[in-house]
Design a protein around this ligand. Structure first.
Ligand SMILES: NC(=O)c1ccc[n+]([C@@H]2O[C@H](COP(=O)([O-])OP(=O)(O)OC[C@H]3O[C@@H](n4cnc5c(N)ncnc54)[C@H](OP(=O)(O)O)[C@@H]3O)[C@@H](O)[C@H]2O)c1
Length: 289
């Protein structure tokens, strides 16, 4: 994909979002962020996924302001996602979203997500969780109406959270970001998103690195002469699911873009999907009321 841009998916806001974005969890420190963003822009990434809890919004914003002109790009050429931390769910949501906007300092945020259905400091079963989620969503709707958040969405919502939101929202979510890879196929959640017109986006496509050495992934990679990471990412994008691989290594950042010049056979897709066993490498929202 070098020097070109990733294919896009159409969000229900009418905006195109790149299918490939750079994940930035654990990408911290101004130097590291700068180097990764530089390598990513050179490799053709036009989308970056941050969050208040990653503590890199300010460094990401600063790096982009410096690097966009170097790569002949402007603010409008990139798609920036950030997220409301669970600590600020509910009452503090408006202030926290404004803080994200000021940390990134890029004028607006392309996509802002409620990071987690629960509230930090409350038990997962606490019945105040739904009310806090609703308050957060109302803050996001207000900032969307003001043009500060171009699209709004949610992350780690399970089926019941999605249904609750669809019934109560004024503006429907543009996107749901969840863990998705061959061991966690999220079939029901995906089909509900399709029904609602909500874009379903994958995180931890590489199982945080753990899936890269799975024997079936290695076998498919060998068959098609690709890296295990390319196989896992291709498995998602071939199903129309946007991905956010994280890497801080310029070579891996580049190689993770090489997804659009090959396809996996139906047999290989099935072999990978057969690994589905509900396994998570990240946090599990199943019990959040
Ligand atoms: N909404 C949420 O709750 C949530 C949760 C988790 C993640 N996310 C988002 O999704 C992004 C991706 O998920 P993730 O960070 O959990 O994990 P991931 O992308 O599945 O895996 C990242 C790990 O794989 C390694 N890696 C990347 N490309 C590689 C390659 N080609 N060969 C070998 N190793 C490779 C990286 O190491 P190096 O850096 O050393 O290359 C890193 O250790 C996050 O960064 C974040 O933006 C969102």
């Amino acid at each position: 994909m070098s020097s070109s841009t990733s294919p896009t998916v159409l969000l229900n806001t009418g905006v195109q979002m790149p299918i490939l974005g750079l994940g930035t969890y654990k990408l911290v420190g101004p130097e590291n962020v700068y180097q990764a963003v530089d390598a990513a822009l050179a490799a053709g990434y036009r989308s970056f996924d941050s969050a208040a809890v990653y503590r890199n919004e300010a460094d990401l914003g600063r790096a982009l302001k410096e690097l966009l002109p170097k790569h002949g790009l402007t603010r409008e050429d990139v798609f920036i996602t950030s997220k409301l931390g669970p600590k600020h769910q509910g009452q503090g949501s408006m202030e926290a979203a404004l803080h994200s906007l000021s940390q990134l300092d890029l004028g607006y945020i392309d996509l802002y997500l409620i990071h987690w259905p629960g509230t930090q400091g409350l038990q997962v079963s606490d019945q105040r969780n739904p009310g806090n989620r609703a308050k957060s969503w109302a803050s996001l709707e207000e900032l969307h109406a003001q043009g500060k958040l171009k699209a709004i969405g949610v992350s780690n919502y399970k089926l019941t959270h999605m249904k609750e939101l669809m019934q109560s929202c004024k503006i429907p979510p543009a996107l749901l970001q969840v863990e998705f890879h061959p061991q966690l196929c999220q079939t029901e959640l995906r089909s509900v998103c399709k029904e609602y017109g909500v874009c379903f986006q994958a995180y931890s496509s590489l199982g945080r690195g753990e899936l890269l050495s799975h024997p079936v992934v290695l076998e498919v990679a060998k068959n098609c002469d690709r890296t295990p990471a390319q196989v896992l990412l291709r498995w998602a994008v071939q199903q129309g699911v946007p991905v956010l691989p994280k890497s801080s290594n310029p070579d891996r950042i580049q190689r993770n873009t090489e997804l659009f010049d090959f396809s996996l056979s139906d047999a290989d897709m099935d072999k990978l999907s057969a690994l589905d066993c509900g396994l998570r490498y990240c946090w599990d929202p199943s019990d959040v009321a």
